[in-house]
Design a protein around this ligand. Structure first.
Ligand SMILES: CSCCC(=O)C(=O)COP(=O)(O)O
Ligand SMILES: [Mg+2]
Length: 261
């Protein structure tokens, strides 16, 4: 088995979800289709609720920022006098969500709505999050060795907690010391990793980030974070340069902590 030695200065392991802890297929074949199939009904049912209206406001703001993009779908401004036709507005939101999802966009607005929609499905037991089998044993071992374990995903913090709280391995939320999402910044921007380090209260070189996406790995590396790219079944392929440049692991069990036995 290949072994990757974790540098002694590392005290925090930062985990991506999709393609790292969890198969991309679970996200693409279960989580995302659930949103596409249910978004219209969800909006019809929850339209009058404050949480739903907040989601719509955030989506509208994002749509304004996206207006220069090819194929962007606008969400009309509410008049504020209650005279708007909700059906017309709901259709615009549905079309916007479909457009964003067709591009797999990672906007905070889309991710917030998705998280709210998944809540009902997870809580009712209709969905359980899949984790690769090496994840839970490795995380337990790292924590026993004194490591802190954080999650950084484009999925909202609320959605992350749903996944870890309702997994095929049971409720494993207690294995995570904290969560970050795109509210701290995008995963392909190096400042995000500096902000994460400040928020945790450590230096960037105390963090090891595990991700499947080389652009995220490069951004973290630029911030001084240690990185390993995780190669899992179903993940996008890496270029030869990426394979040479990054440390690669195919299972969390390949990480060797000098402090553990
Ligand atoms: C709570 S994860 C849901 C999956 C998701 O929405 C997503 O965009 C995954 O992104 P990641 O940053 O984990 O690769
Ligand atoms: Mg990922």
């Amino acid at each position: 088995m290949v072994v990757l030695s974790v540098p002694a200065e590392v005290t925090v392991i930062l985990l991506d979800i999709e393609g790292t802890t969890t198969p991309i297929a679970f996200v693409k074949d279960i989580l995302f289709p659930y949103v596409k199939e249910n978004v219209e009904e969800y909006l019809q049912t929850h339209w009058e609720e404050e949480e739903c209206q907040q989601d719509v406001r955030l989506l509208r703001k994002q749509a304004e920022e996206d207006s220069h993009l090819d194929g962007a779908v606008p969400i009309p401004a509410a008049s504020g006098n209650g005279a708007d036709d909700p059906q017309w507005m709901i259709q615009a939101v549905v079309d916007n969500v479909y457009w964003q999802m067709s591009l797999d966009r990672k906007t905070t607005a889309l991710k917030q709505l998705q998280g709210h929609m998944w809540r009902a499905a997870f809580k009712a037991g209709h969905m359980k999050a899949e984790f690769f089998e090496d994840v839970v044993p490795a995380v337990r071992k790292w924590r026993e060795a004194g490591m802190k374990v954080y999650v950084y995903s484009s999925g909202s913090v609320e959605a992350q907690k749903l996944l870890f709280g309702h997994s095929t391995e049971g409720d494993i939320l207690e294995l995570v010391d904290g969560h970050f999402d795109t509210k701290i910044g995008h995963k392909v921007e190096s400042e995000s990793y500096q902000k994460i380090a400040s928020s945790i209260g450590c230096s960037t070189n105390n963090i090891l980030f595990l991700t499947d996406v080389s652009r995220e790995a490069s951004a973290a590396e630029e911030a001084g974070v240690h990185v390993a790219v995780v190669v899992r079944p179903g993940n996008a392929g890496l270029t030869d340069d990426e394979k040479t440049h990054f440390s690669l692991i195919t299972s969390f069990s390949e990480l060797y902590l000098p402090s553990s036995t």
